[in-house]
Design a protein around this ligand. Structure first.
Ligand SMILES: *[C@@H]1O[C@H](CO)[C@@H](O)[C@H](O)[C@H]1NC(C)=O
Ligand SMILES: *[C@@H]1O[C@H](CO)[C@@H](O)[C@H](O)[C@H]1NC(C)=O
Ligand SMILES: *[C@@H]1O[C@H](CO)[C@@H](O)[C@H](O)[C@H]1NC(C)=O
Ligand SMILES: *[C@@H]1O[C@H](CO)[C@@H](O)[C@H](O)[C@H]1NC(C)=O
Ligand SMILES: *[C@@H]1O[C@H](CO)[C@@H](O)[C@H](O)[C@H]1NC(C)=O
Ligand SMILES: *[C@@H]1O[C@H](CO)[C@@H](O)[C@H](O)[C@H]1NC(C)=O
Ligand SMILES: *[C@@H]1O[C@H](CO)[C@@H](O)[C@H](O)[C@H]1NC(C)=O
Ligand SMILES: CC(=O)N[C@H]1CO[C@H](CO)[C@@H](O)[C@@H]1O
Length: 507
């Protein structure tokens, strides 16, 4: 007996959200944030004795489905196994909708069906929750898949064609847009959180938002804070110019002496900027990692440069580093590493490949922008990484990014019934949908929240704007569900034993 359902898509990347420039510090902070999310989940008693990464204690079993490596070329016989989870605890059997949650560019865990806004909504609307790991991240890849010849199948165009809803990988390409746009028979409506729908090679807007956020009183930023950050970086640049590299290495606790090359300096200043970029993006997710804290430090009496040295030291400690790894060579070998790591892998090679092959998103600090950091953070080294590691030239990155926008519609994504949620503090909102595009493509804006803030469950400390946004999202989903109950828009079949079957020819 096959049942049919209404599918709602939550394309998000709860666990890590987006990567940024190749500063080692950024990836370190991501690991810390990730651990903190798991810690909070347990502390809040939501899963007293459940350990999301330990499957023995895990009430929700992980499943695998075999997927073709190439959905477009039947002559490619290779396949890989994609990981997914199902939670039917709240589901009104046979009648309730399906909420599909698509992972971002990192491993997913069973947390993805246990907590978050979509889980709260599933309780409210009696939905089945299905989460799928993004192709090539976590355990959803084969051991040979990270070799260059197989990297090309890591593409957001490997979308849900004949079946596999799970293959809708549009989180990176702007959330859910292409999925509900191109495959209306598969997905009825979508919530796209912090989704950068416009691909861009030189993503100058990112650091412009970071500058605005460091100035924004709603999160305890201030003009003084932003100006002091800027003046600290001015001194850094001056010292670079004067050849005081030994002094800089010692002031900012570099593991090795700084390399006096475009690449070496790029790596060094990227790491320094990561302290601010990472904190803004994940503002308030972990105690101490807040704009309040960094602005408090940066506005202490005294020299901003000296205050920055103190802040940098604290940041290194927080990310469990005795010194900062500013080596370009190490950064490259990390991206070249084809060893598949399990949960919770951060997918540095995969994400970097996707920036080269589809999206760009390089967070530069060009002189003609309001960026506060060092102008050595330029586009060139980012593009050189694509050529060095993936043999993708700079021209090709530009061409491919243009193709991505043509394909998905960029600022005017092709799709209906999509909510775009953006937070004012989140640097990624610069590439998201800024205004309602139509009655069914709705923009929700939250003043004062960072990346993907709406995707978590309610907290007593949530800003009123965030509470209001969650309510708006919940109500809109209710409206769409009521409207949809007449449709025969059917999507997935789920057997009673919770094994998932994807749409087959006769469905
Ligand atoms: C989808 O299935 C049809 C018939 O089963 C086939 O002709 C077509 O090539 C398939 N498309 C893709 C992209 O796999
Ligand atoms: C701003 O700082 C005050 C005082 O330290 C603190 O109570 C408040 O939570 C901070 N606001 C935000 C949004 O972090
Ligand atoms: C760094 O290289 C530049 C030229 O590329 C040179 O002028 C400068 O003296 C060098 N600085 C140090 C500390 O070696
Ligand atoms: C961080 O600071 C604490 C307290 O000062 C210290 O015990 C710890 O060893 C430091 N961690 C690192 C990696 O330096
Ligand atoms: C590649 O990654 C694996 C797993 O993280 C690690 O054990 C190994 O040392 C890395 N190799 C290089 C060359 O960095
Ligand atoms: C800033 O300058 C760069 C080249 O250095 C250029 O590519 C970019 O379009 C300029 N951006 C703005 C906002 O004018
Ligand atoms: C790199 O790309 C160029 C142009 O696409 C191609 O001709 C060349 O064979 C590639 N080199 C390697 C090592 O794959
Ligand atoms: C700059 C940006 O993307 N923010 C927008 C987020 O959405 C709201 C609501 O449509 C807009 O008003 C903001 O401009």
């Amino acid at each position: 007996m096959a049942y049919t359902f209404l599918t709602f898509l939550f394309a998000l990347d709860l666990l890590f959200c987006y990567a940024q420039c190749f500063g080692n510090n950024y990836w370190k902070l991501r690991e810390v944030i990730e651990l903190s999310r798991h810690h909070n989940y347990h502390k809040n008693g939501q899963a007293s004795n459940r350990m999301p990464f330990v499957s023995d204690d895990d009430p929700y079993v992980e499943h695998y489905i075999t997927q073709p490596l190439d959905h477009f070329d039947a002559s490619v016989k290779n396949s890989y196994k994609q990981r997914y989870w199902v939670n039917s605890d709240y589901w009104l059997q046979k009648v309730g909708p399906v909420f599909l949650y698509i992972g971002g560019e990192a491993s997913l865990s069973s947390l993805s069906i246990m907590t978050g806004e979509h889980v709260d909504l599933a309780k409210q609307y009696k939905a089945l929750i299905l989460s799928v790991e993004h192709r090539y991240y976590g355990l959803s890849l084969n051991s040979d898949s990270l070799h260059l010849k197989n990297m090309k199948y890591l593409s957001s165009q490997q979308a849900p064609c004949n079946g596999s809803v799970a293959e809708s990988e549009q989180t990176v390409a702007g959330g859910t847009v292409p999925t509900s746009g191109e495959y209306p028979h598969l997905v009825y409506a979508a919530v796209a959180s912090s989704a950068p729908v416009r691909a861009t090679v030189n993503f100058e807007g990112y650091n412009e938002v970071v500058a605005a956020s460091l100035s924004d009183p709603i999160i305890n930023g201030s003009t003084k804070c932003a100006l002091n950050v800027k003046s600290a970086f001015k001194v850094v640049d001056l010292k670079i110019c004067n050849g005081e590299l030994k002094q800089l290495a010692s002031d900012f606790l570099s593991c090795e002496s700084l390399e006096n090359t475009t690449y070496g300096l790029f790596q060094f200043v990227s790491n320094l900027a990561d302290v601010f970029m990472g904190t803004v993006q994940y503002n308030d997710e972990k105690p101490g990692v807040t704009v309040t804290k960094i602005c408090d430090l940066m506005t202490q009496p005294g020299d901003p440069y000296d205050n920055f040295k103190i802040l940098n030291k604290l940041f290194l400690n927080l990310t469990d580093q005795k010194c900062a790894d500013n080596s370009w060579k190490n950064a490259i070998s990390q991206i070249q590493n084809t060893t598949v790591t399990g949960s919770p892998g951060v997918g540095i090679r995969q994400w970097t490949y996707q920036t080269c092959a589809q999206f760009g998103y390089y967070q530069t600090c060009d002189k003609n922008t309001t960026c506060l950091f060092s102008h050595h953070m330029s586009l060139g080294p980012n593009l050189d990484i694509c050529a060095i590691v993936f043999n993708i030239s700079a021209d090709e990155v530009t061409m491919r990014t243009r193709f991505t926008n043509d394909y998905y519609g960029s600022d005017k994504p092709k799709g209906t019934r999509i909510m775009f949620v953006n937070g004012s503090v989140d640097p990624w909102h610069a590439l998201s949908v800024v205004k309602d595009l139509s009655d069914t493509e709705i923009a929700i804006y939250i003043h004062g929240t960072a990346h993907c803030a709406n995707m978590y469950s309610d907290k007593s400390t949530d800003l009123p704007a965030l509470q209001k946004a969650r309510l708006e999202i919940a109500n809109q989903i209710g409206l769409w569900l009521a409207e949809a109950s007449h449709h025969e828009n059917a999507l997935l079949r789920v057997s009673t034993d919770n094994t998932l079957y994807f749409r087959s020819k006769e469905a």
